[in-house]
Design a protein around this ligand. Structure first.
Ligand SMILES: *Cc1c(COP(=O)(O)O)cnc(C)c1O
Length: 376
């Protein structure tokens, strides 16, 4: 079977991991710090905090966002977070974990990302944070989102914090700049299957120095790393988590960072091939490609009629395809947040993802395109 996901292991990974093992230093150390500097350079934002996975990063990001709600002059109460149901569950369960109230925003059927028109309508004085997901690697229009927040701030006197789930979007750009440097709290995942893999890992990019220092404390129990722990002469003013990245994962990430550009390039090349081959196929619709938003195509979602039959046909041809995620609003644990979402209704049972990754040979991607073109 042609796989939908594969884990990248760059040359030099074993040597880097061995160096960590030989050093005997496994916790936070020089590899993590080197990885943070390298990633900061790539995303154009030096304020980064590496964590042990993307999900931890989301939990931490919303914790940081929550405090803004309690800041002087900002109304308190349980914070409301506006979010999209069209994502992996990790995105939304982080809202529940922070005791925040989840309000669903509809999805734009063209892009599968959060519908910014519906979002603008749903911002209220209770809105503390807005969660956007760059689904499949396709960026949300952050320029337009910033304008929506300007308007909300003018109207309500408070600017909700934007958390960007960039887990699938390493290498994507908005207005020509990489994600992670657009002034929001951003969370990346370095899970085994993501473009940039640490085996497991994640990272936050922060909008200012204060939130950076806070994120670095909270990923380590709330303890300042420079604290005098020999004499236990330190105070935890704000409790935190065990979310820090270890040296082994950072070593794997450093090796993969050297080859990640080539992988993203291949994902894009394969996507461009499908864009040309699959345009106009009866019963199949491509997602939109608006100007100024450059996807990294971690996934290649298409919308098809009779999805069950499409999936059977592809499986029969040796091609792994997958729905990947169930619309999150249908889960029992968020039953009380249910609301009409016509955009999600319009696409949720038509979307399916076909292999697009760096591992595809030209023959394999042609086979995939020809199989689809022959009908299902
Ligand atoms: C992979 C992923 C995550 C979770 O990242 P982990 O590193 O696996 O915890 C979160 N959100 C989305 C959209 C993802 O694809």
């Amino acid at each position: 079977m042609i796989p939908l996901f594969r884990t990248a292991v760059a040359p030099g990974t074993a040597e880097r991991v061995t160096a960590v093992v030989d050093s005997g230093r496994f916790g936070h150390g020089p590899a993590v710090e080197e990885f943070e500097r390298a990633v900061g350079d790539r995303v154009g934002n030096p304020r980064v905090a590496a964590v042990n996975n993307g999900t931890s990063g989301l939990h931490l990001a919303l914790r940081l966002a929550g405090a803004y709600a309690g800041a002087p002059g900002v109304p308190g109460g349980p914070g409301e977070v506006l979010s999209t149901p069209f994502t992996f569950e990790a995105t939304n369960w982080s809202i529940l974990a922070n005791g925040m109230r989840l309000t669903w925003v509809d999805v734009d059927p063209a892009t599968l990302n959060i519908d910014l028109d519906d979002l603008a309508k749903k911002i209220t004085p209770a809105t503390r944070a807005i969660m956007v997901v760059h689904w499949a690697g396709f960026p949300v229009d952050l320029v337009r989102l910033a304008r929506i927040l300007d308007d909300a701030e003018a109207e309500h006197g408070f600017r909700p914090v934007v958390v960007e789930d960039c887990a699938q979007a390493w290498g994507a750009t908005c207005a020509g700049r990489p994600l992670g440097g657009h002034g929001n709290l951003c969370v990346f995942s370095f899970h085994a299957t993501k473009h940039l893999s640490c085996g497991g890992g994640g990272l936050l990019t922060l909008p200012d120095e204060e939130s950076l220092l806070r994120a670095r404390r909270l990923r380590f129990f709330g303890i300042d790393r420079d604290a005098d722990r020999v004499n236990a002469d330190y105070d935890v003013a704000e409790w935190g988590y065990n979310f820090y990245m270890n040296e082994i994962n950072a070593a794997i990430g450093l090796a993969n960072l050297e080859t990640v550009d080539e992988r993203v390039r291949l994902h894009r090349l394969n996507a461009a091939f499908y864009d040309a081959e699959l345009a106009g196929v009866a019963g199949l619709e491509l997602t939109a490609r608006p100007e100024g938003l450059e996807s990294s195509f971690w996934l290649y979602p298409v919308k098809v009629d009779d999805r069950a039959s499409f999936m059977r046909k592809m499986a029969g041809a040796g091609v792994t395809v997958s729905v990947v995620c169930r619309r999150n609003d249908e889960h029992g644990c968020v039953a009380d947040a249910r609301t009409p979402l016509p955009g999600v209704d319009a696409v949720h049972d038509r979307v399916v993802n076909i292999p697009v990754g760096w591992w595809l040979t030209p023959e394999e991607r042609s086979h995939i395109a020809e199989t689809i073109k022959s009908g299902w």
